[in-house]
Design a binder for this molecule. Structure first.
Ligand SMILES: [Zn+2]
Length: 296
């Protein structure tokens, strides 16, 4: 083989090897060792995920669905060879937690707030059974460690504070806060897209959600990774909060005027709270859910 042909072949092989080592286009490094993997709705991977590469191990933020967990794990492998030792579920919902077993099988221990752990045992067997056809090749894995208010991972290089901030979207919502990098992974306490998140979980607490967001606003957030939607900044917390506040206040005023849930779902205009309230038809389930709670 001529030398130039050999060099060309070598370069091509090198480029191929490099490409197979690179994570997917969904993954970006937000700060050294801190990664976000964006949702891929066309593959039914609807929630964002993240991971932090500590000195000796990887901590994953949100396990996603099983079919999301596998490509996330592949992307992690392409960013580090350190073992995935911990997964933090921001809450028990399937799009954030039903991929737990994929990570457990890779050697990880699953952590979440104690309330989230209890919710997983109480609600996930039924949720799993409901989607049995989707999950036929997988198994439900509950978190194994539940923390009351806070759990801290700190090896001197990275610090991640898991902070309980619910009840809000669910009973056990918690967030991952990286004080050095000023990055906040919010789970579904904050989304950055339309619709602006649903309040329909049986344990959703609209007033608690507003309070939880107020607590998060005290953090010096520069980069916000929402549970769903685009990477944002601190302003997303206020936007999400204003949207929920408007639903609560609008529904409360409607109840006082004797309006029904159907009337409110039709008349309560939240479109100025864009992107959260931009989609009228998607606001309706949240309006109805808040109505049912406030009417009690
Ligand atoms: Zn959720």
């Amino acid at each position: 083989m001529r030398r130039s042909a050999f060099l060309l072949l070598f370069a091509t092989l090198l480029a191929l090897a490099y490409q197979t080592q690179r994570p997917s286009a969904q993954t970006r490094e937000l700060a050294p060792g801190v990664f976000m993997r964006a949702a891929e709705p066309d593959k039914r991977i609807i929630a964002n995920a993240g991971w932090v590469v500590f000195r000796d191990y990887v901590l994953v933020i949100d396990a996603n669905y099983p079919w999301g967990a596998r490509p996330i794990l592949e992307d992690i492998r392409r960013t580090t060879n350190k073992p995935v030792k911990f997964v933090f579920d921001t809450h028990y919902h399937g799009d954030h937690a039903h991929g737990n077993a994929v990570f457990a099988d890779a050697g990880a221990t699953i952590v979440c707030s104690a309330d989230c752990l209890a919710e997983s045992h109480r609600k996930n067997p039924a949720a799993w059974a409901k989607s049995a056809a989707d999950y036929k090749n997988d198994r439900l894995e509950h978190p194994q460690i539940g923390f009351p208010e806070k759990m801290v991972f700190d090896d001197g290089e990275h610090r991640v504070e898991l902070i309980k901030a619910g009840p809000g979207h669910t009973l056990g919502d918690a967030v991952a806060w990286l004080p050095k990098e000023k990055i906040l992974f919010t789970g579904d306490l904050c989304v950055n897209k339309r619709p602006g998140n649903n309040l329909a979980d049986v344990d959703a607490d609209p007033e608690g959600w507003v309070r939880g967001l107020e607590k998060l606003k005290q953090l010096d957030v520069q980069t916000l990774v929402p549970g769903h939607g685009l990477l944002g900044d601190k302003s997303a917390l206020g936007g999400q909060q204003a949207y929920i506040r408007a639903i609560i206040d609008g529904v409360r005023a409607g109840i006082q005027k004797g309006q029904t849930a159907d009337q409110l779902a039709e008349s309560l205009d939240l479109t100025r709270y864009a992107p959260w309230g931009a989609d009228k038809s998607r606001n309706a389930p949240s309006i109805r859910a808040v109505y049912a709670k406030l009417k009690k």
